[in-house]
Design a protein around this ligand. Structure first.
Ligand code: PMP
Length: 368
């Protein structure tokens, strides 16, 4: 068996072994074409079939209604931070509401301010992003072009419930789902105007932003929007206005097919709950040795930030180093918040989480 570590990276992150092995088996000769997917023209019949199947499987996973377009774009979620205002502002009030629950929503705000008048309708900054502001406290702007929120804050480990937040009829709800996309079903998907996510966490390798947009919203693009960010243009061209990230899309396709074989998003959610419960329980049973700063009601199933003995940087450094030696990698918290962080995306196995929990108990016993 190949040497594989337990990888808890926040993204790019581990991929299912089965998916990697399939890619490896098909690498030199995809389905008798005599070439790698990497070498194919994006206009070839073979590649057209790959991208079509990828979209079809994604739509099946999400149970996506026919009036939504799926766009495969470059530029990651950062690209979307700018392309959202550029594609939703024309003919609007020029105002947009943002719910700020951590670094990523702050980053989205910063970019949007270049294009529109941003109103921070709610922020959890006062709690250092360890809570989600109650819906009743949101100060939404009447007539705003859209409301933007981040369903899972990757750095702070704060996640919204699965149900979309209630917004007034006609309000365009926009969600950055980068770090919990495809980790759970979206039961009320028709409440969203736009959903977007970078692929490199739960859905594939880096290099692809998936943008899902309700059809009737196409046509609100400002005139100065660069062509590659113009969603209507991209939709018209099936995401092939220019050369798309062909290999990344193919890898996502293998991953989507894997998810369907596992039982779809209900199965991904059950796995996510089982993994996170194991770690949160281990932390709860540590008598305060390990602590999670986030309020229990909004703890993420994807990214779990935690500390040792309050904020003991010395022990945390030691923990990261020893974990690395034991084959448990990428457990350091984001540089902006410190501490530790374990990220458990779709490809993360229970075996990896069990290894982490065993290591944590052992570390606590040896470093009281
Ligand atoms: N939003 C969220 C929630 C993220 O986790 C990230 C990346 N960690 C981003 C946006 C930025 O994504 P990208 O690097 O794909 O631009």
């Amino acid at each position: 068996a190949p040497h594989r570590v337990h990888n808890f990276s926040a993204g790019p992150a581990s991929l299912p072994l089965e998916v990697l092995q399939q890619a490896q088996a098909e690498f030199l000769d995809w389905h008798g074409t005599g070439m790698s997917v990497m070498e194919m023209s994006h206009r070839s019949k073979a590649y057209e079939s790959i991208i079509a199947k990828t979209q079809q499987d994604l739509r099946a996973l999400l149970n996506l209604p026919a009036n939504y377009k799926v766009l495969f774009l470059q530029g990651g979620a950062y690209g979307a931070f700018a392309s959202i205002p550029m594609n939703l502002l024309k003919g609007s009030s020029g105002k947009a509401d943002y719910i700020v629950t951590g670094t990523w929503s702050q980053t989205a705000v910063k970019e949007a301010k270049k294009y529109c008048q941003v109103n921070v309708a709610a922020t959890a900054e006062a709690t250092k992003f360890t809570t989600i502001p109650e819906r009743s406290t949101w100060n939404l702007t009447p007539g705003a072009a859209y409301v933007h929120f981040t369903s899972n804050e990757t750095i702070h480990g704060v996640e919204f419930p699965m149900e979309a937040p209630e917004v007034p009829e006609g309000t365009v709800l926009v969600c950055d789902m980068s770090s919990d996309f495809l980790s759970r079903p979206i039961p009320d998907i028709n409440k969203y105007g736009v959903i977007y996510a970078g692929a490199q966490k739960n859905a594939g390798p880096a290099g692809l932003a998936i943008v899902i947009v309700r059809e009737d919203l196409l046509g609100r693009t400002i005139d100065t929007c660069p062509q590659i960010w113009n969603w209507a243009d991209q939709a018209k061209n099936d995401s092939m206005l220019n050369t798309p990230p062909t290999y990344t899309i193919y890898m996502c396709g293998l991953y989507f097919a894997w998810m369907l074989r596992q039982g779809g998003l209900a199965a991904m959610q059950a796995n996510a709950r089982a993994r996170a419960t194991l770690l949160y329980d281990c932390i709860a049973q540590s008598n305060g040795y390990y602590t999670v700063p986030v309020a229990p009601a909004c703890r993420s199933l994807m990214n779990i930030p935690y500390r040792i003995l309050g904020t003991c940087a010395e022990l945390e450094d030691k923990f990261v180093k020893e974990a690395e030696k034991a084959g448990l990698t990428t457990l350091k918290g984001h540089r902006s918040v410190g501490g530790l962080r374990a990220s458990f995306y779709n490809a993360c196995t229970m075996e990896s989480v069990q290894a982490l929990v065993a290591f944590m108990r052992d570390f606590q016993a040896k470093n009281p």
